[in-house]
Design a protein around this ligand. Structure first.
Ligand code: NDP
Length: 322
């Protein structure tokens, strides 16, 4: 089968499109024939070595497709079932072995592309606004990189919870998408000082929560945007990792809360995974959550896909098709 392999860390050029053997499922696994793989920003961290994974490796953490074969102890899935999954390595390929406990049945009417688009970013947006900081009616929320994969979903979910969204984006085109997703106010943080703008928009009150996936470039000012007892949710590092921080400043700035959450911990048990995925798919079916699927690449064009994602050229979901 074809797969995208890395044998060393580095830029997009280290990803090789090559032939490898189809993997064999263990007794608790299914072999999935992949129809669509989701690209996520974390894939670029794993490729570059910012997050170190054992290499050689096949990149990619989510996909949707059809069960091709099952191990002897698999009970809930059978050959031919339409499935989706996330947080299992090896999705940039034509086939992947996936533990049964990670598989979700793809509801009727949800396409493979939608399945691959909804899992990782959908569950992330879900845990951020339903668990890490449970958004309540009237909460003021600052969402960075609003037009990105997680950003557009998180914005819609916060609006559905009754929150007020202030979004940040780098271009006017992205601002249009952020508004379409429901953002009440949009700041072009490439041109405007977002801290000043947040203070203006909130009448000096600040926001109850900041969802910051940009990291190094935004972290410090994000903390300054919070109101008393506000929550600083640092969940990504698109601009680089935050490496210096003095916890005493949380006290000085209003008894703030700081967390650095990961999807892995918020979907560690089957109950959490099922809760989050069923909510996401039900909202899609009901028309309350819209996926933005615009950027498709073939598996062989993965280097271009990563360059575009890291070059801030994409919006919404980026999909790879074998
Ligand atoms: P996005 O589609 O959001 O792409 C990243 C966006 O970040 C860009 O489009 C860009 O938007 C913005 N950005 C700001 N500064 C930079 C920079 N210096 N270089 C590149 N991009 C920049 O990606 P995803 O939706 O896949 O992921 C979003 C973030 O969420 C990532 O940081 C990812 O690691 C994190 N994440 C964390 C998870 C967790 O559980 N902790 C799970 C899933 C994702 P703009 O041009 O508008 O600034």
């Amino acid at each position: 089968m074809k797969a995208v392999r890395v044998t060393k860390y580095g830029g997009p050029e280290v990803m090789e499109y090559k032939d490898i053997d189809i993997p064999s499922p263990g007794e608790h696994d299914a072999l999935v024939k992949i129809a669509a793989s989701g690209i996520n920003y974390i894939d670029t961290y794993q490729r570059s070595g910012l997050y170190q994974i054992p290499i050689p490796a096949t990149l990619g953490l989510e996909a949707a497709g059809t069960v091709e074969a099952t191990g002897s102890n698999v009970t809930k899935f059978k050959t031919g079932d339409r499935v989706a999954y996330t947080s299992v390595p090896g999705a940039y390929a034509e086939y992947a072995v996936v533990p049964e406990k990670k598989l979700i049945s793809l509801p009727e009417g949800v396409s493979f592309n939608e399945g691959a688009a909804a899992m990782l970013q959908g569950c992330t947006a879900h845990y951020l606004c339903k668990s890490t900081y449970k958004v309540k009616k009237g909460d003021r929320c600052l969402v960075h990189a609003t037009a990105g994969g997680v950003g557009l979903l998180l914005t819609q979910m916060i609006k559905n919870c009754g929150g007020f969204v202030i979004g940040t984006v780098s271009t006017e085109d992205k601002a249009v998408l952020a508004r379409e997703a429901g953002a009440d106010e949009v700041i072009l943080y490439s041109e405007q000082d977002f801290k000043t703008e947040v203070q203006r928009i909130t009448g000096g009150e600040g926001v109850n929560v900041v969802y910051d996936s940009v990291g190094k470039a935004t972290f410090e000012k994000s903390v300054d945007c919070l109101s008393r007892l506000g929550h600083m949710v640092l969940y990504g590092n698109a601009s680089g990792q935050v490496t210096e921080f003095n916890p005493a400043s949380l006290g000085q700035k209003g008894s703030l809360f700081l967390t650095r959450p990961t999807l892995f911990d918020y979907t560690a048990d089957r109950e959490s995974l099922e809760w989050r995925t069923s909510d996401v798919f039900n909202w899609i079916a009901a028309g309350n959550l819209k996926l933005r699927l615009e950027h498709f690449y073939s598996l062989s064009a993965v280097q271009t896909a990563h360059r575009d994602l890291e070059g801030r050229k994409t919006t919404g979901k980026v999909i790879l098709t074998p």
